[in-house]
Ligand binder design. Sequence first.
Ligand code: SF4
Length: 507
Amino acid sequence: MLLKKKIKQMREKPREHCAIFGVTCDDLGYSVSNILYKGLIALQHRGQESTGISILKTGGKIFTYKKNGLVSKVLKERIISQYWGNVGIGHNRYATTGAVGFKSSLYMQPFHFKNNEIEFSMAFNGTIANFDEIKKRMDEMGRIFITDTDTEVLAQLIGSIALGTEDWPEILKLTSRLLDGSYSLILMTSEGDIYAIRDPLGFKPLCIGELKTEQRNLYFVASESCAIDAVGGDFLRDVKPGEIVHLSHQKDIHSELVIKADRTAICQFEYVYFARPDSIIDGVSVAEARLQLGMHLAKNDPILKNSEIRENAIVVPVPDSGRSVAVGYAKEAKLPYVEGLMKNRYVHRTFIMPGQAKRKIAVKEKLNPIKSIVKDKDVILLDDSIVRGTTTQQIVSLLKEKGGAKRVHLRVSCPPIVSPCYMGIDFPTKGELIAGRFQSQYGKRYIDEIQRTIGPDTLLYQTINNLTQAIGKSRNELCLACLTGEYQLKSVQKLAELEESIVKSRI
Ligand code: SF4
């Protein structure tokens, strides 16, 4: 019972899927606020609920501004000119289930920490699996918490360690050794340094870049390389798993590998869905990975051998993330690629919209089939993933009922998602995941049951082997936990096994 409660707490605890961006410039007369704006706009797809920046003003004072809303709504011209300084960090936040009601700025980032000894601001993407344990220890030490976020626990931990030393690399090394989790973190000190830290398994992406001109030198750190492109910078490299990188406008870039694990666990979902196609993550182009995912699906698709279907087939992507996959599929299958679904760009992504009801309305508002293209056709529909199944079900039904498609053949670039993510991404519980629930309920024939429920005439998922091949990384380099139920963080594996038994006990 106690452990069931713990699982519930994990779900209800605010967890984020976010974007982080930082910049430091050696020209004290130059303000980086506008660069923060551009970097955060490029990363808007990673979080749309709140936006925040911290700027270091001349004299060593940190000023933080954060509000609910998109970057363009929050960082208005007036704010950009008001928050003026040569070093800054920023954050886009997406609050997961349970955090929706927390509209207070206390739950937004960057998290600005200040006491008599130390001042810093930090932006965090991820989750700390040993959150409860660290918080309990901090509580015992008399620390007072005003939120129940990982970010505040982390800030308090850093604040406590800083009581013993003023050496920032040492403080961060000690901190990272105490953490068990999946995270990328940037921290700006009141001395004007930025530190970038990635967890030892490298779940979340993080990279650095630079821009050198005759007038000034700038260094960047970002969740994705597309943000470095957006500010006109040159991508330098990824922050390595377990590494702390120090970006200083006085001392350039220094780094130290603090923890070296014998494997990595880069989130496969970054390549499949989350990241922008123009990003490069850990040496792999996201666009190229998606193209390869489509090609692998076509290579293994039995319907391409059926001449009646082939002659009548068109390849249609679910916009936008299905596009690169559909291009790859069409190229390999030598079939026409067509845009058979019109997307209203002014409705936000459904997957990261909190709440099932909001998601359902958003699909209908967002997508409309183009009848003149799909009518009477065998539509080979390429989607990035099936999570709850309701969105996909609606798209299939739109194509058939509204578009008049003869048949819909659903092809999914991500293998069946059977287990929740405890690594800071808003995945539903196992019972809410269609593949997770059906696998527990129907065993080997669960894919047939998914097809029957969602409604396509045929259904083909990517295999895990083809997924790893398409990305170009081995099973030992990627996190595949939501596909296999095998978690790399030990504390998480235990919770996952318990949730599995709870789902089974309910069937
Ligand atoms: S469980 Fe899935 S979504 Fe979560 S980090 Fe691993 S691969 Fe990514």
